[in-house]
Write a protein that binds this ligand. Structure first.
Ligand code: 13P
Length: 255
């Protein structure tokens, strides 16, 4: 049985005061809520603050990206080693905004992934097609291509224990256009089938595949009712505590 995993990707939003308030209220909520695994991915500057504020709650705190090099002349960047050093436990890798705005390639995804894993961080590997690719009938080819690149050379054990996947159709991110449950399920099922083919049925059935793209309190339950949708990676609707808590409640089994 896969425990649902819902993660907040705050992107470049919120400030220190808002984060204090959010984390204090989330900690209180998590005192008696354990049905969903919770992740919080703040801007890196606030990682130490969020690590401290959510200590002992069971929530995973992670970075939104990181450089693979341990140190060096990379002005403005943050190393996977630094993310681990401040007590964070995970990082997103290959988010479509990193790919599109910052030009990250599949090779960059692998380099970041390997550095993060070596530093003891778990990873959420993100894949997803653009509208143009979907309209050209290339969704499967693009998503499975990104998946194969992102998982290349990983052992089944590492994938089972350290890797979460996130399917985020680019056309659904921040647009209010959510994939329908059928559209999400179709891609999630093909991701799981590819996992089974490459890494075996046990890994395929243990791996969490999150959906991301305009997930809201009013659509989270129908998305997560799909057999291969195990969680959500949420931007806009994760910025307010009330909305995030509604997502967690709506994402629990049987909601
Ligand atoms: P929205 O939930 O704002 O569409 O963002 C999705 C996303 O990119 C999460 O990583």
């Amino acid at each position: 049985m896969r425990k649902p995993y819902i993660a907040a990707n705050w992107k470049m939003n919120l400030d220190a005061d808002a984060i204090d308030e959010f984390c204090a209220e989330l900690s209180e909520f998590l005192l008696d809520f354990d049905a969903v695994r919770v992740g919080v991915f703040p801007p890196s500057l606030y990682l130490p603050q969020v690590v401290r504020a959510l200590a002992g709650t069971g929530a995973v705190v992670g970075a939104q990206s990181c450089r693979p090099e341990a140190s060096g002349a990379f002005t403005g960047e943050i190393a996977a080693r630094m993310v681990a050093d401040v007590g964070a436990k995970a990082t997103l890798i290959g988010h479509s905004e990193r790919r599109q705005i910052f030009g990250e390639t599949d090779a960059d995804v692998v380099a970041r992934r390997d550095a993060a894993l070596a530093e003891g961080l778990d990873v959420i590997l993100c894949v997803g097609e653009t509208l143009e690719e979907r309209e050209a009938g290339r969704t499967n080819e693009v998503v499975i291509g990104q998946l194969e690149a992102a998982l290349a050379d990983l052992t089944p054990d590492v994938v089972r224990e350290r890797v979460t996947l996130a399917y985020e159709p680019v056309w659904a991110i921040g647009t209010g256009k959510t994939a329908t449950p059928d559209q999400a399920q179709e891609v999630h099922a093909s991701i799981r089938a590819r996992l089974a083919e490459g890494l075996g049925g046990e890994v395929a059935s243990a791996t969490i595949i999150q959906y991301g793209g305009s997930v809201k309190p009013d659509n989270v339950s129908e998305l997560m009712a799909c057999p291969d949708v195990d969680g959500a990676l949420v931007g806009g609707a994760s910025l307010q505590l009330e909305s995030f808590v509604a997502l967690l409640r709506g994402g629990q089994p049987g909601a």
